[in-house]
Design a protein around this ligand. Structure first.
Ligand SMILES: C[S@@+](CC[C@H](N)C(=O)[O-])C[C@H]1O[C@@H](n2cnc3c(N)ncnc32)[C@H](O)[C@@H]1O
Length: 215
């Protein structure tokens, strides 16, 4: 029997480590999550919802969130988080390269710390483009390729060796903004910043947060 990627995506060690770490980072990440989702309205798809830490930040102008999460441990935690959300959130098994929705059926799509981890970001963004209505928004919060050659070199080295294996498929050297634009989106708002906000830049420090519109 053929199994879809969403059925076979299991990272038990990473999932538990991420659930623990992300809770501890929430005082720093929470305000970014809040800005990421501020002002959204209507039907939203969140791709790779993890343990559901975005759910508490959706404004009540959102009518429904379909949250896809392929990893079973994180999905279970997301289901619990959905019970506490102030907007209706349905958590389902699913993954970015095949969104279970009709064309042009959602008002907004959300990715946070996900486009680094999907195996094929081009396909994921094509799917997001497909399900968004014309003029719909992609809200993104992602860590990205460094713009300093030295850190970018470190990122390339990590991506070619240990990082994707220990971090649930994550890559540090993705040029996510270019990928979003190549998928047919127009960037409306973009902030770049270092996270965590400390003096030394880590390979996952360069972050972007913004809005892109389906062209
Ligand atoms: C670093 S976590 C981020 C989780 C959450 N979005 C957040 O902001 O905390 C990366 C997430 O991407 C999910 N993921 C990895 N590959 C995916 C794929 N192909 N489709 C959808 N989600 C995926 C992982 O299961 C994990 O939940």
């Amino acid at each position: 029997m053929l199994r879809s990627m969403a059925d076979s995506y299991r990272h038990p060690f990473f999932a538990r480590a991420y659930a623990w770490l992300s809770q501890r980072m929430e005082p720093e990440l929470g305000p970014h999550r809040h800005r990421l989702l501020a002002g959204l309205t209507g039907r939203v798809v969140e791709v790779g919802a993890g343990n559901g830490l975005n759910f508490a930040h959706y404004p009540t102008s959102v009518s429904h969130v379909l949250a896809l999460e392929p990893e079973p441990h994180l999905r279970g935690l997301a289901e619990l988080a959905a019970l506490e959300a102030s907007v209706p959130v349905a958590v389902v098994t699913g993954e970015a390269s095949r969104l279970p929705m009709a064309d042009a059926s959602v008002d907004a799509a959300v990715t946070s710390l996900v486009l680094c981890s999907v195996p094929d970001p081009v396909q994921a963004l094509a799917e997001i483009h497909r399900v968004l209505r014309p003029g719909g928004q992609l809200r993104f919060f992602e860590h990205v390729r460094a713009d300093t050659p030295r850190l970018a070199r470190v990122q390339r080295g990590l991506d070619a060796t240990v990082w994707p294996r220990i971090a649930g498929g994550c890559h540090t050297h993705r040029d996510t903004i270019s990928e979003i634009e190549s998928a047919g989106f127009r960037i409306d708002q973009l902030e770049s910043f270092r996270l965590p906000d400390i003096r030394v830049a880590l390979p996952t420090s360069p972050h972007v947060l913004g809005t892109a519109r389906r062209g």
